[in-house]
Design a protein around this ligand. Structure first.
Ligand SMILES: Nc1ncnc2c1ncn2[C@@H]1O[C@H](COP(=O)(O)OS(=O)(=O)O)[C@@H](OP(=O)(O)O)[C@H]1O
Length: 268
């Protein structure tokens, strides 16, 4: 198994309740070869910059199947930090660290992402014995959509993308379709292999659909594994009027985002 937990290149500030459940705030994860004792950690050649709840863990684990990503003394070091995409400072700092870095960005339907984000915070709060609220109470304030709710702000992909495009060219950012990765992982991973100039090594038998989990799981090195139970949790049913308000609000942001990245996505 690859070394997984490595000190982040720089710590980003994040909300205490926002974290990936398996990680403290200033730690990011890597899939890399284990360096021989006494040698320094490599600067990553590629970073999964987000988006939080987009499928960053699934993408990292699935790329880990590739021998040149996971095996010792080979090519690529990849790090994942879901909070980078929505961080104002990350683009500039990452460019200062490595201006030729290849950025991987996994995005899913931004409305679904809001609900997933809420669900994660909800379970974190339960675990920490903190009070929880119905999602509608967070989505709506004084009868209108609460666009200051962080989960909604993180789903305004155009705003964050603009910031990245001030520091990186579009060619340096590969966008993985998070909904497509859930439906059928292989084609999305093959596009990533091409983007990273890796020889094609990930194949269809590396994936099998697990009925109980309701998601694809990974088969590699003679092992079968699904993601942690916190990945792929059921979402609450949202009041349909509120859901419609959220969708139509994000629709405009999506259109701007599609123009920025010169590509469209199948988001409802
Ligand atoms: N194969 C597979 N198995 C399980 N889960 C999968 C998979 N592929 C994508 N996903 C989706 O990944 C979502 C979690 O995203 P992240 O890993 O980026 O979350 S985090 O920001 O790091 O906490 C997670 O969101 P939720 O469904 O809301 O739990 C999943 O929808």
């Amino acid at each position: 198994a690859p070394a997984e937990f490595v000190q982040a290149s720089f710590a980003m500030t994040q909300d205490s309740m926002d974290l990936d459940p398996d990680l403290p705030s200033n730690i990011s994860e890597e899939v890399t070869s284990s360096p021989p004792p006494g040698t320094k950690k490599q600067i990553p050649q590629s970073i999964i910059i987000g988006v939080r709840k987009g499928g960053t863990r699934a993408l990292l684990e699935m790329l880990d199947i590739h021998p040149d990503v996971a095996a010792a003394a080979t090519e690529i070091t990849i790090e994942k930090t879901p909070g980078y995409f929505t961080s104002a400072l990350a683009p500039e700092r990452i460019r200062a660290m490595n201006s030729s870095i290849k950025l991987l960005l996994i995005l899913r339907d931004p409305t679904e992402r809001v609900i997933s984000d809420y669900t994660q915070v909800y379970f974190n709060r339960l675990e920490n014995h903190k009070p929880v609220q119905a999602i509608e109470n967070l989505l709506v304030r004084n009868g209108a959509l609460n666009t200051r709710y962080k989960a909604i702000q993180r789903s305004m992909y155009d705003i964050h993308m603009r910031n990245w495009l001030q520091h990186f060219s579009l060619e340096q950012i590969h966008i993985v379709d998070g909904n497509a990765l859930i439906q059928d992982p292989l084609p999305e991973l093959q596009k990533v292999e091409r983007f990273l100039n890796l020889p094609p090594r990930i194949i269809s038998s590396n994936f099998y659909f697990n009925q109980t989990k309701g998601f694809y799981c990974i088969r590699s090195d003679g092992r079968e594994r699904c993601l942690h139970e916190s990945k792929g949790r059921p979402h609450p049913t949202v009041n349909s009027t509120v859901l419609q308000q959220l969708r139509s609000y994000l629709h405009e942001h999506n259109r701007t985002f599609f123009r920025l990245v010169k590509r469209t996505f199948d988001w409802q």
